[in-house]
Design a protein around this ligand. Sequence first.
Ligand SMILES: [Fe+2]
Ligand SMILES: [Fe+2]
Length: 187
Amino acid sequence: MDTETKVKEIMLHERYEHSLGVRDTAVMLAETYGCSKEKARIASLLHDVARDMPLDEMQEILRKSGSHTEISKEIFQSHQLLHARAGKEIARKQFGISDADVLRSIELHTTGGKSMSVLDKVLFVADYIEPGRIFRGAEEGRKLAFQDLDKAVLYIFKSLIGELLKSELFICKSTLEGYNDLARVGK
Ligand SMILES: [Fe+2]
Ligand SMILES: [Fe+2]
């Protein structure tokens, strides 16, 4: 069974539709910025594979794989943050994905991170701007995405960090590192 069919079987309909939107967008961005379209396709289809799983199931998957030891307690307790880590494990175990670039882009799709590759950025941006995204900011992200990938990534970090600050929510180290990679250094 191919990845798309398998994903469709296990994902909620809405999530599957979102994944197809991310896939189409990511493939266009990969074409524009010269990274592998096939890696972008697979990473997009699988990036939210754990999104609708209960937190304790995700934690169990990560405990079994042993990778929980590398995850901070804040991330381990957050459904929103942990789904990217669990998704990476499911991609590896259940979908047989061994490509380190694909797995890393799945891992970073929610938080971003230090030294993001073009593929990491493509998935990060596509997740934010796919056609099903109608929140404020998605339109600006869409405009930037095909002009300058780094500017689009920076824009997303800015809005993400802004939202987190507004709600006094925890900000991942990797989000700050990803932001700082692209931010200007003040005088
Ligand atoms: Fe996600
Ligand atoms: Fe997503």
